[in-house]
Design a protein around this ligand. Structure first.
Ligand code: SF4
Length: 489
């Protein structure tokens, strides 16, 4: 008989009953999976495949499609009966609840379950996940001597070849899973009742819309929230925003004097209510005194392979593969541009840093937007390749952040909507410029595009490289125009 609840729907229901209801009965409302979410799923799948090599020679019980899990349940039972000792994607069902575990191993007569996660630590939701598996497996078929979460070790530094025993950590979560058994039993009953009733639960929006995962129905449940609203107030804690919302304070117009906001937040609200731009010309002028020519506008793009691809790198380490650099030799000199985009073979960090050091010369200020990112990339290259350390230190000393005038509200326009991201600031300050026409329009998409170049043999290399170059160039041109706007003040 087909299952009523799966591990995913159980977790949806634990996050929010309405999320479970919508997933069961209103899938038409579901937002399509974004490229970025798909990349996260794919990453999980490939890490899971790699972890199987920790227990080689197993039999795969995966279904051909997600609708054929009943076949997997039967196959798993048959494999256990036949004495198979290692089963991948072993599936079990108990009283309508389905759970599949990534790797099931029998050693010295005892079964152990291993659930693989592509994260670098065990989260509460992983324990809940394991507790549900423990419940279904032990009730339906076999005793479990232990259950583990297998996750990536973020301290692992790859040498030449991957060492899987060092790349992965295995943490037993059996005690926690056992502790949660009565919660699991009660929750399953509650969720089954909801599904049987087919009634939409009355649940409002809240922090549960983001925790532990961002919900795919937010566009539906949040459609009554205007723009701007208390949820747009920059830096206001999430629980405070919901407290205001619960008390009927939604729009900026609803805010009363008793509600304490900090200086930036008050300025943000005031600018919106009066439709005015905030300018702190003294702070802007002081900021502009900080830098010297030649002046560089620099932006990096990086990607973060879950499994380190190159020697001297860790799981999820930011690997720089591209930069754009606009520069002016003097205030009156014309604007020039240079750029770098790594080839897809080999470690991109070496050619990246060698050309960057050459392109940024030995003097002048180097502007970046949110400089801590560029600084951390440079420092990690200096750590991994000490021969560039001295020169990198010189570039780091010359870095200046272009973000503070916007982050601190020295130049604030209502169109920024409480954000100081360059994507939001640019069209507000320079209305004729935005990222809308670009195929790649944010850093996440740039990372995915570069990974596509590496892994996808059918990728349109020329087109993707052009899109990457156009995007990164736009970021530094945006910085040039933002600085000009500040100079006009
Ligand atoms: S958006 Fe929030 S309230 Fe709506 S289903 Fe998702 S978690 Fe529940």
């Amino acid at each position: 008989m087909r299952h009523i609840l799966s591990k995913s729907t159980f977790l949806y229901g634990t996050q929010c009953l309405k999320r479970l209801y919508f997933n069961k009965f209103r899938r038409d409302l579901r937002l399509e999976v974004s490229e970025m979410q798909q990349a996260v799923f794919d990453r999980g799948t490939s890490v899971g495949q790699l972890a199987r090599e920790l227990f080689p020679g197993g039999t795969d019980a995966s279904p051909e499609t997600p609708f054929e899990y009943q076949k997997s349940v039967k196959l798993t039972k048959d494999l256990i009966d036949q004495g198979v000792k290692i089963i991948y994607e072993a599936a079990f069902q108990y009283q309508g609840v389905l759970a599949a575990v990534d790797i099931l191993v029998k050693k010295n007569g005892k079964w152990k379950a291993y659930e693989v996660k592509s994260s670098t630590s065990v989260k509460d939701v992983n324990i809940l996940d394991a507790a549900l598996q423990y419940h279904v497996i032990t009730k339906s078929e076999i005793e479990l001597a232990d259950i583990f979460i297998v996750h990536l070790n973020n301290e692992y530094v790859r040498k030449k070849n991957l060492v899987l025993e060092e790349l992965f950590f295995m943490e037993s979560v059996k005690d926690e899973a056992v502790d949660q058994q009565s919660f699991i039993k009660n929750k399953i009953s509650e969720l089954k009742l909801l599904i049987e009733s087919k009634k939409e639960p009355k649940i409002g929006i809240g922090t549960h819309c983001f925790e532990p995962y961002s919900c795919e129905f937010m566009h539906h449940c949040w459609k009554h929230i205007p723009e701007p609203s208390v949820f747009s107030i920059s830096g206001l804690r999430s629980n405070k925003k919901f407290e205001l919302y619960e008390n009927g304070i939604l729009r900026f117009e609803d805010l009363t004097e008793e509600i304490v906001l900090n200086e930036y937040q008050s300025m943000q609200v005031e600018c919106h209510l009066n439709g005015k731009t905030n300018i702190d010309s003294v702070s802007v002028r002081n900021f502009l005194k900080e830098f010297s020519y030649p002046l560089y506008f620099m932006d990096f793009e990086t990607f973060q392979p879950a499994v380190p691809l190159y020697p001297k790198s860790k799981p999820y380490q930011q690997i720089a593969f591209q930069y754009s650099l606009h520069y002016k030799k003097s205030k009156s000199a014309s604007l020039k541009h240079t750029e770098f985009l790594a080839p897809i073979t080999g470690d991109p960090r070496i050619p990246f840093i060698e050309q960057l050091l050459e392109d940024t010369g030995s003097s002048g200020s180097i502007l970046a937007y949110n400089v801590s990112f560029e600084r951390s990339i440079l420092e990690s290259i200096a750590r991994d390749f000490p021969k560039y350390k001295n020169e990198i230190e010189d570039r780091c000393e010359r870095l200046i952040d272009l973000m503070p005038p916007f982050r601190k509200g020295w130049y604030y326009k209502p169109e920024m909507n409480g954000s100081y991201s360059i994507k939001q600031v640019l069209p507000a300050v320079v209305p004729e410029m935005n990222y809308d026409a670009l195929e790649i329009a944010d850093g996440g998409s740039a990372s995915l595009a570069f990974e596509q170049l590496i892994y996808d043999k059918n990728a349109d290399v020329d087109a993707i490289r052009k899109q990457l170059l156009a995007y990164c160039k736009m970021d530094t041109l945006a910085m040039v125009r933002l600085l000009e706007a500040l100079e006009k003040i």
